[in-house]
Design a protein around this ligand. Sequence first.
Ligand SMILES: Nc1nc2c(c(=O)[nH]1)N[C@H]1C(S)=C(S)[C@@H](COP(=O)(O)O)O[C@H]1N2
Ligand SMILES: [Mo]
Length: 202
Amino acid sequence: MFRSRAEKKVVELGYDPARLPPGQYLTEKWPVLHAGGVAEYRGLSTWTFKVFGEVEQMLELSWEQFNELPRSENTQDIHCVTRWSHFDMHFEGVHWRELAKLVKPKPTANFVVAHAEAGFTSNVPLSFLEDDNALLATHADGAALSPEHGYPLRLVIPGKYFWKSAKWLRGIELSSVDKPGFWERYGYNNNADPWKEERYAF
Ligand SMILES: Nc1nc2c(c(=O)[nH]1)N[C@H]1C(S)=C(S)[C@@H](COP(=O)(O)O)O[C@H]1N2
Ligand SMILES: [Mo]
């Protein structure tokens, strides 16, 4: 009657099993996953956020300036390629549209490279950053991000495995060509759609 034990648990917890992508299981915790160390900050006085590449006007903001931008929030399910999914994550922060107003993307800006601390990058088509559920998030589930979840700023990209959602975000590069990010260069699938189980490149 259930397709899998994972689906049985989703139903027992009162969720629609159609929300669980193939090969995933539901976790009630929010696991921590990343390569390398957690970025440590002693204050944010030297923290900057840059938008550059295929834009009319490059932008560099301090933490104070970033926090003056209009804010948005959304709720969505997240899916990690290591097979955990977590439902109804609430994120709060700044939507890309507020930065787009300031930098004015060129018509050639078709792809995004997210730049995080320690050289981590992730890439998506610009349309995924324009999605209503995308966010440059400062808060999750009502509290400021914890250091291990990306404090002070992380990307949230809907409809992709969660590795595209760079933690410790420091900049957004717009590009005319798609540039593989950190996990994509390690053999993960560039498209990363959890509903198509696009986990690996081959
Ligand atoms: N900077 C950075 N961001 C990253 C990663 C990373 O290694 N470095 N790993 C990604 C992966 S594989 C996942 S599943 C999510 C995990 O986010 P979480 O630890 O908040 O659950 O962060 C993504 N963002
Ligand atoms: Mo992941």
